[in-house]
Design a protein around this ligand. Structure first.
Ligand SMILES: [Fe+2]
Length: 200
């Protein structure tokens, strides 16, 4: 069964002035849609390869699977990680866990924005829960899938590809990452994801 582009959980202009309507339309309707199409096309080609018993072209297909599959997963999380008038202090159970694993919510903010602001080229800042390690980790992921720690469940992700901010912020990417953390993060959603990740 083919994967579908999930609708945004709010209007295209709902995150203004922090993320503008045009950026959201392009980002969701073109970029995210492209990853969904890429994922479906790749899965079809892998099915054909299995049907033909010809796996000679499997390497680029698996590369595309990781790229488009991770792009689809991360964008799906990203949209729900934000809400109008979000940001503020972490709340709920994850607040205590952040204290324990990072020292304070300010320290998490510093480390998360440090990861976001130093990505060379395209990538993501990710706060995730690792169930085997029993720990929250901040990762800096290049493109959509490099430099992961296997087994981590992303809870809060920030898209630092230029398509996510360039129309509004141009080269001021630190203003964009800060606006995300301080004004858009939906901590209720992050908490729900934390509960699900912990409980398997
Ligand atoms: Fe993106």
């Amino acid at each position: 069964m083919a994967y579908e582009l999930p609708p945004l959980p709010y209007d295209y202009n709902a995150l203004e002035p922090h993320i503008d309507e045009q950026t959201m339309r392009l980002h969701h309707d073109k970029h995210h849609a492209g990853y969904v199409t890429g994922l479906n096309t790749t899965l079809e080609k892998l099915e054909q390869a299995r049907a033909n018993g010809d796996f000679s072209g499997v390497a680029p297909l698996l590369k595309n699977l990781a790229f488009h599959g991770s792009g689809h997963v991360l964008h799906s999380i990203f949209w729900t990680n934000m809400k109008p008038n979000g940001g503020g202090q972490p709340s709920g159970e994850i607040a205590g866990r952040i204290e324990r694993d990072f020292g304070s919510s300010d320290a998490l903010r510093g480390q998360f924005l440090g990861a976001a602001n130093t990505i060379p080229g395209s990538g993501w800042a990710i706060l995730g829960w690792h169930n085997d390690l029993q720990k929250l980790l901040v990762l800096q992921t290049h493109r959509h899938m490099d430099l992961t720690v296997w087994g981590i469940t992303p809870l809060l992700v920030l898209d630092m590809w230029e398509h996510a901010f360039y129309l509004n912020y141009q080269n001021r990417k630190t203003d964009y990452s800060q606006a995300f953390f301080d004004n858009l993060v939906n901590w209720d959603n992050v908490n729900e994801r934390f509960q699900r990740a912990k409980n398997g």
